[in-house]
Design a protein around this ligand. Structure first.
Ligand SMILES: [Zn+2]
Length: 529
């Protein structure tokens, strides 16, 4: 990474060390440097009139509107070389102000778009689009744009970046807290669209000349002071290739169970189920519901030096220190079932199966759990009782399932209300009734909150938390499974035995002001009956 954003990375790192947000670390950094801190910077309307954009980008500073002298806002105290560069460029000694990294970074992005300052003056050197394939390779402007995108994604905590050709335009969107949002781009970005795609393909070591078939690759990069493993996939679309990037922070240790924000009923059920040395624990939920993270946290809670842990994953998403992790390669005939069969010859105690998709895998997993192994896995099913039905549909014998199942859980992620701008939420009777209908009962109005949107959040939300229901395989639940009872009957029994359903947990989270009623209904209403 070049200097762009480095200062913000320094501030974010200091904030992390202090265990606070950058907004709280910035005043301390200012104090240490003997510089003023501005909470709400009054940005100069025309930064280019104050200093060359390339310079401002390089030192990661933006001018403020002031009558006396040149005021530059930045996120980390300038060193001597920065000072002298600034003085030489501006012809005067600037007056520095420290601001919070998110404020400066979003000011950069909203004023110029990602990395736009790097593209200054490049209008004349970017060739008109041609069909030639080689002008793309190491196009410096595209490389900087890609770098700027990665820095921004790291800063915002994005999980995915999508580079999409829209007609002759280039669109870039990022997924943050599960929501897609457009990334502002410089005006000349459209002309770079082929080069940006080519740059990403080069990074991921893909075949540049192949534009008609989908390709997959990966690369690692440092952005915003953190290391990422980035999976890249291309899809040939009508107007050119669409490229998707999935960002996985490599050195981030998986969270432990208690850090997921799970409701206490589910947390207790998980802890109880994983004390058993054998059996199968299933977590269900749609894509993006956080079930893989929960599985990793479960693994962490069970693993100890005396146990041999093996994982079979597609793909291996994060490192689990102490576990042997295997990636399935269906193209080489190494699907989940085949790998799992080999794993069983490797004397494992604990097995993580990334996902059960077919009968063979389901059979092997269930049999393994009956022969002294603890198996943790995920499934696509709407709710916890639905997991039982799904396994039976895949062809698992009900009596085998009844004896092996320890726990079936279902999970969703909901966005959390921003604590900095939330207020009591007043809803009309109609909305309360509608939400009540979707979630199973009318909510109590007292604790409902919602955010109005502020500089710390996105539209009133900041971060996400897990909501889950957990069906314990009690003796009565097992006998119901063995007698081929329906998911509805099993769910009803689970509730009488203390299971708090997903919609009910979501309602409680809304009533506690953790999330909004709208978000609870949006994410968790489908897990109802
Ligand atoms: Zn807020």
């Amino acid at each position: 990474m070049n200097a762009t954003g480095d200062r913000s990375a320094l501030q974010r790192r200091r904030a992390q060390e202090l265990g606070v947000r950058p907004e709280q670390a910035a005043p301390l950094i200012a104090k240490e440097a003997g510089l003023p801190f501005s909470e709400e910077p009054n940005w100069h309307p025309d930064p280019a009139s104050v200093a060359p954009l390339a310079f401002l980008s390089s030192i990661h500073a933006l001018p403020l509107s002031c009558d006396d002298g040149v005021h530059l806002a930045t996120t980390w105290a300038p060193d001597a070389s920065c000072e002298s560069w600034a003085r030489a460029t501006l012809g005067t000694k600037p007056i520095w102000t420290i601001v919070a990294a998110p404020a400066l970074d979003s000011a950069f992005a909203s004023r110029f778009g990602v990395a736009a300052a790097n593209l200054e003056g490049s209008g004349e050197i970017i060739p008109e689009e041609t069909e030639a394939e080689d002008d793309a390779g190491d196009d410096a402007a595209a490389a900087k744009l890609v770098e700027g995108l990665l820095t921004r994604a790291a800063g915002e905590g994005a999980t995915d970046i999508h580079v999409e050709p829209w007609g002759r335009e280039l669109a870039v969107r990022m997924r943050v807290d599960g929501e897609l949002e457009p990334v502002p781009l410089p005006a000349n970005a459209a002309a770079l669209r082929r080069s940006v795609v080519a740059r990403l393909k080069v990074l991921a070591k893909l075949d540049l000349s192949e534009r008609r078939t989908p390709q997959d690759g990966r690369f690692s990069a440092e952005a915003g002071g953190r290391r990422f493993d980035i999976r890249v996939s291309t899809l040939p679309a009508v107007h050119g290739e669409s490229v998707s990037l999935r960002l996985l922070e490599t050195e981030a240790t998986p969270p432990v169970l208690s850090e997921l924000g799970l409701p206490s009923a589910a947390l207790n059920a998980f802890s109880e189920a994983t004390t058993s040395p054998h059996g199968i624990v299933v977590v269900t939920g749609p894509t993006g519901s956080g079930k893989t993270t929960t599985l990793a946290a479960l693994m962490r809670s069970v693993m100890r030096p005396g146990l041999r842990a093996v994982t079979v994953e597609d793909p291996v998403e994060r490192e689990l220190p102490g576990a042997v992790q295997v990636q399935v390669r269906p193209e080489l005939g190494l699907g989940f079932a085949q790998v799992l069969r080999s794993v069983l010859r490797q004397d494992p105690d604990l097995i993580l199966v990334g996902e059960i998709r077919d009968r063979e895998t389901a059979d092997i997993a269930v049999r393994a759990s009956l022969t002294g192994h603890l198996v943790l896995t995920t499934l696509h099913a709407n709710d916890s009782a639905g997991a039982v039905e799904r396994l039976r549909d895949l062809g698992v014998e009900p009596f085998l399932l009844a004896s092996s199942l320890r726990l079936a859980a279902s999970q969703r992620l909901v966005r959390k209300v921003c604590p900095d701008c939330s207020t009591k939420s007043r809803l009309s009777k109609e909305l309360l009734l509608a939400a009540g209908k979707a979630l199973g009962r009318t909510p109590k109005e007292d604790g409902l909150r919602k955010g109005s949107g502020c500089r710390f959040c996105r539209g009133g939300y900041r971060g996400r938390t897990a909501i889950a229901e957990a069906l314990r395989a009690s003796a009565s639940v097992r006998s119901m499974i063995a007698s081929r009872a329906s998911a509805t009957e099993i769910r009803a029994l689970g509730v009488t035995e203390g299971m708090v359903t997903l919609p009910e947990e979501a309602l409680r989270a809304a009533e506690a002001g953790i999330t909004t009623l709208a978000e609870a209904a949006l994410r968790c209403a489908d897990a109802h009956g």
